[in-house]
Design a protein around this ligand. Structure first.
Ligand code: SAM
Length: 275
């Protein structure tokens, strides 16, 4: 079961209204949806991953397999607008990391290098790692993770695949180990996250999702975004500078569990303010 970080802070900030309309743009295992329902809100929930939809036991909601980049279209097709609030809780759920079998975790040595959130996505981690040039791989790693060993890791992947294609998580781990030597597990996490972001076009989807959300939200409606990556947070912050949008919390609400970089979550709250 996934325990969403910042759940209480998000729900409190959203001020859920009885019979209000809310979109949970990243349904996952339903943590946010359950809370909104318990406060009397009505929910349209979206998830890109077909398994998240199949595994849901929740009734009383509209559950759509789709990309939140298409949130405006999905809301209109389901006649679920204008809405009072939208929640984006980015990244992966615990079930995806531990049970999906798609190679999201650097600890799952024998899983295939897939990393797609939806099996309908064409690009896979395996394709990317075996077909991109060294400079393209470097760019993916450096741009999406700012890992200082990006160049060495890209080089090692090119050398390795001259003899055998990379197939499994273990193959990628071996390349990172060889390139970096003594590896801190944060290097694995950063490289895996960088690849996942590229495969799933996560930054583009976030930009489209925020744009779409603003088109279907009521004036004064709220959009809550929980991010786990500094670039995602920057996208939200920059988006909030558009006319008609106000950032409610100038000081970002953070949750830092331990000291590992990818567990620190940030919440930003946007309000539509078109008057
Ligand atoms: C951190 S989990 C959400 C967890 C959820 N709040 C809960 O309480 O269980 C993120 C979810 O967003 C989904 N997701 C990621 N990118 C998406 C996108 N572009 N469109 C729709 N869903 C997406 C993932 O498949 C995953 O299930």
């Amino acid at each position: 079961m996934h325990t969403p970080v910042l759940l209480n802070q998000v729900i409190e900030a959203m001020e859920i209204k009885k019979d209000g309309l809310y979109i949970d743009a990243t349904f996952g295992e339903g943590g946010y949806t359950r809370e909104i329902l318990s406060k009397g809100g009505r929910v349209l929930a979206i998830d890109l991953d077909e398994d998240q939809i199949k595994n849901s036991e929740l009734s009383r909601i509209k559950l759509v397999q789709g990309n939140f980049g298409d949130i405006e279209k999905i809301a209109r097709e389901n006649n679920f607008f204008p809405v009072d609030g939208v929640v984006f809780d980015l990244g992966l759920s615990m079930r995806q990391i531990s049970q999906s079998g798609r190679g999201f975790s650097f600890k799952k040595y024998f899983e295939p290098l897939d990393m797609r959130m939806s099996t309908e996505t064409e690009m896979t981690a395996k394709y990317l790692l075996n077909h991109c040039s060294e400079s393209e791989l470097f760019e993916v790693f450096a741009k999406n993770s700012e890992e200082i060993n990006s160049q060495k890791i890209a080089r090692e992947i090119i050398i390795k695949r001259q003899t055998k294609k990379l197939e499994t998580v273990g193959d990628l781990i071996n390349c990172i180990d060889k390139a970096v030597g003594e590896v801190d597990s944060n290097v694995y996490k950063r490289i895996f996250q960088a690849i996942r972001i590229q495969v799933n076009e996560e930054f583009e989807n976030l930009k489209n999702g925020l744009n779409g959300a603003m088109k279907i939200i009521k004036n004064d409606g709220k959009v809550a975004v929980v991010t786990f990556h500094s670039i995602e947070d920057r996208i939200v912050k920059n988006f909030s500078k558009n006319p008609g949008i106000k950032l409610l919390n100038k000081k970002v609400i953070m949750n830092r569990r331990g000291r590992t970089f990818e567990k620190s979550a940030k919440l930003r709250l946007l309000i539509k303010n078109n008057i």
